[in-house]
Design a protein around this ligand. Structure first.
Ligand SMILES: CC(C)(COP(=O)(O)OP(=O)(O)OC[C@H]1O[C@@H](n2cnc3c(N)ncnc32)[C@H](O)[C@@H]1OP(=O)(O)O)[C@@H](O)C(=O)NCCC(=O)NCCS
Length: 172
């Protein structure tokens, strides 16, 4: 039986002391989830590019990127990050991850709603994101929460790797 949102679940801002825990959680989720989608080498390259704890702390200190953590029974089991440029009409949901043991309980939806609220507060009209074309579960989740596919893109991310994505958008 699928269980729902735990009464002990909270969404809180990430703080600098969380950086190592977020990096470790990202590694666990990415190595399990993306194994069938991108190569192991690309997983390690992208983890290093995005989840170095020093980078996370620098992003938190910069203040332009919203970082939220999902905490269940005192443990960080998910996170989201999002940002809008100056005068941006769209918020970019740059990261959305829930540990596999806690998926399909509505937490992803709660994190999306938090990003949408931040977008509205910034005067943005939409939230957008890029998702790998082969990431069927995430695409299903995004459609469930009102995103639609706007375009397909291929981005060179260096190291001989590309991101082969759909851009999805949701009005807020
Ligand atoms: C995408 C993700 C954040 C959603 O988080 P979540 O807490 O599971 O989200 P919710 O419980 O709010 O919604 C789950 C919805 O996702 C979709 N989904 C999730 N797992 C699925 C699966 N195995 N098969 C089909 N659809 C699935 C469904 O639409 C599901 O709704 P349902 O349970 O009512 O059928 C989470 O699945 C995740 O972290 N995935 C791995 C990492 C990832 O791909 N992140 C996005 C990168 S762009």
């Amino acid at each position: 039986m699928r269980s729902g949102v735990s009464p002990a679940a909270t969404i809180e801002p990430v703080v600098p002391a969380d950086a190592e825990a977020i990096a470790a959680l990202a590694g666990e989720i990415w190595r399990a989830h993306y194994a069938d989608i991108i190569s192991g080498a690309q997983i390690e390259y992208m983890l290093q590019q995005r989840y170095d704890p020093a980078l996370i702390r620098a992003e938190l200190a910069g203040g332009d990127i919203g970082w939220d953590k999902l905490v269940v029974d005192g443990v960080i089991v998910g996170y989201a990050a999002y940002y809008a440029g100056v005068q941006a009409v769209e918020m970019k949901l740059d990261k959305l991850y829930v540990h596999h043991d806690h998926q399909r309980r509505g937490y992803g939806g709660l994190l999306i709603e938090r990003a949408a609220a931040a977008a509205r507060a910034r005067g943005c009209k939409a939230v957008m994101l890029a998702v790998n074309k082969a990431n069927a579960k995430a695409i299903a989740a995004y459609k469930k929460y009102g995103f639609r596919i706007r375009e397909a893109i291929v981005q060179d991310i260096g190291g001989g790797f590309v991101m082969d994505d759909y851009v999805m958008v949701k009005d807020v």
